[in-house]
Design a protein around this ligand. Structure first.
Ligand SMILES: *Cc1c(COP(=O)(O)O)cnc(C)c1O
Length: 385
């Protein structure tokens, strides 16, 4: 008899994911998911949980606190925003895509007064833009920014934005969901106060945990006596309290997905064994390989390499190309899933992720070869400048 997971692997992972997350994971990660379920408390469990927390400190590059929130990335974003801010507080949100807009939505839903900085389509948010906006909104208490705006494959100037926020006396909240572990990021050196990421993007784990990191100013804000928007579960203060009071046996408030965290620890160990900086470089090389291959075939890139993310490549189609048809063909005929455009870029661009197994050179070469085959089959010719 075959177990379902052997079956799933036997058919070559069902779909090979080359989307900007979630990612196709290594076999060792799958094996950890398939182990017998363990309890979410006790000595061995607590040790494992703390091992993963310590590993994440190295990935965030922080001496601060890390909690492994059981939830999606947006749960972590909501936790960061709602734990340190309360109704009526003003925030400045950098929004150059879907996920920046989502941060603004979360802030609005939590009763905050939201000011938005919105650059042109497919342009990064710069420190200068945020500095100007802070000058016109002196009461802003926190700055929210997405590091890698995955919807357009662009990196925002997080380091400079954090510097501007610090000069203003505002907290910084960074959505590092598709960046941390894959893109140079320095929580402490850049003065980031709160940052969230997920297991299932650059770290190469399964879906289900959102590591949240908090620095000293964020922890101070938890206890500053002001009203906060957060309730109980998505409240960093709750997670902090349990990590202290139940530190020895159950260092989180609720049941957590033990298999997912075990698998996460395997992926994280792989990342630390490789070296965080080596991972950054390896993913950037994967980006270069995809970008060069596509450019050679005549695909115009959405953004220049200077602002393009090292973990996602966004490209326009070549003239006459039907992007949904191309994506459908890759999926149907070759079991490769790539991402499409979102919002006003829907149907106009496609996005290829370089995280997880999608960074493997063989996977990239196969994808490029198939793309070239598709172009020939459809008799499309490259754009000429
Ligand atoms: C994927 C992603 C999200 C959404 O994460 P969920 O886990 O779906 O909640 C948010 N922000 C960014 C930058 C992302 O890439």
């Amino acid at each position: 008899m075959k177990f379902w997971h052997e079956e799933a692997r036997a058919i070559e992972d069902r779909e090979f994911l080359m989307i900007p997350g979630p990612v196709s994971v290594d076999d060792e990660v799958l094996e950890a998911l398939a182990r017998p379920v363990r309890a979410h408390y006790g000595d061995a469990w607590t040790q494992l949980y703390k091992h993963a927390v310590a590993g994440m400190r190295q990935v965030f590059r922080t001496e601060g606190e890390v909690h492994l929130l059981f939830g999606s990335g947006m749960a972590g974003v909501e936790m960061c925003i709602a734990s340190v801010l309360g109704p009526g507080d003003e925030v400045l949100v950098a929004a150059n895509g879907l996920f920046g807009d989502r941060m603004a939505e979360v802030a609005t839903a939590n009763g905050l007064r939201v000011h938005i900085v919105r650059p042109g389509l497919a342009e990064p948010v710069t420190a200068a833009m945020m500095r100007d906006a802070l000058a016109s909104h002196p009461d802003v208490r926190a700055v929210c920014v997405v590091h890698h705006e995955t919807s357009v494959g662009i990196l925002n100037e997080v380091e400079g934005i954090c510097r501007a926020a610090r000069e203003h006396g505002a907290l910084t909240i960074v959505d590092g969901i598709s960046a941390v572990g894959g893109v140079p990021f320095e929580m402490d050196a850049w003065n980031v106060d709160l940052c969230v990421t997920v297991a299932n993007k650059c770290i190469g784990g399964a879906i289900g945990v959102a590591p949240v990191a908090a620095g000293p100013r964020a922890l101070e804000a938890l206890a500053d006596g002001r009203a906060k928007a957060a309730g109980w579960y998505l409240n960093l203060a709750t997670w902090k309290r349990f990590s202290e009071e139940w530190s020895g046996w159950h260092p989180h408030p609720t049941t957590v997905p033990t298999n997912v965290i075990e698998a996460f620890d395997v992926a994280l160990t792989g990342l630390l064994d490789e070296g965080v900086e080596n991972r950054w470089r390896r993913l950037a090389r994967a980006r270069d390989r995809v970008r060069e291959g596509l450019e050679e075939m005549g695909f115009p890139m959405l953004s220049p390499v200077a602002t393009a993310s090292p973990v996602t490549t966004a490209a326009y189609g070549i003239p006459g190309m039907n992007i949904p048809d191309y994506m459908g063909w890759l999926l149907r005929e070759h079991r490769i899933r790539i991402g499409g455009g979102l919002g006003e870029l829907s149907g106009k661009i496609f996005r290829v992720g370089h995280m997880g197994r999608a960074a493997e050179p063989e996977a990239i070469d196969r994808y490029l070869r198939l793309t070239s085959e598709y172009i020939e089959e459809k008799r499309l010719s490259p754009a000429r400048p």
